[in-house]
Design a protein around this ligand. Structure first.
Ligand code: RP5
Length: 166
């Protein structure tokens, strides 16, 4: 659901359009759970004013969580967390060098006082699901859909197990 007409509840942002190949998984997870969200490229280094504006206005626009993905010197999630009171989920995007460890460490090692919930390298799907869980604490319909999602996963594992055993 890209920039749908419904008021977005989650912002999915990324440092570059090149991060979309990873960040699409967050968007897909949110769409599957029926959560309206917006997608935006916001660079911590190339569009600094936009980054600050986005973070400062996010809560007032009705967003309840931000998922921020970036690679390399991945300062976007941390900088957003500095300018918003919303929960920020960071997605370390793997680039061609250093196996994504640079991205992970840039995002996860936040100073005390400014938290970022960091998922695994390229873990955009879990970022989407975590944002949904955050929303689910105040929205029973979303929480119900998350429980149904978990039951689906369980069923899939058991079906594969049954096939394995013939
Ligand atoms: C980061 O630099 C972006 O998040 C991206 O992962 C990386 C490379 O960006 P491009 O050079 O592909 O635009 O800020």
């Amino acid at each position: 659901m890209l920039n749908s007409s419904e008021t977005p509840l989650v912002g999915v942002v990324m440092g570059s359009d090149s991060d979309w190949r990873v960040m699409v998984d967050a968007s897909t997870a949110l769409t599957e759970l029926g959560i309206p969200h917006e997608v935006e490229v916001v660079s911590a280094h190339r569009t600094v004013d936009k980054l600050i504006r986005y973070g400062r206005e996010a809560r007032g626009r009705g967003l309840r969580a931000i998922i921020a993905g970036a690679g390399g010197a991945a300062h976007l999630p941390g900088m957003l967390a500095s300018v918003t009171a919303l929960p920020v989920i960071g997605v370390p995007v793997q680039l061609k060098t250093l196996d994504g460890l640079d991205s992970l460490l840039s995002i996860v090692q936040m100073p005390a006082g400014i938290p970022v919930a960091t998922v695994s390298i390229n873990g955009a799907k879990n970022a989407g699901l975590l944002a949904a869980r955050i929303l689910g604490t105040a929205d029973a319909a979303i929480a119900d859909r998350i429980e149904e999602y978990a039951r689906d996963l369980e069923r899939q594992v058991e079906e594969k197990n049954a096939r394995l055993k013939g």
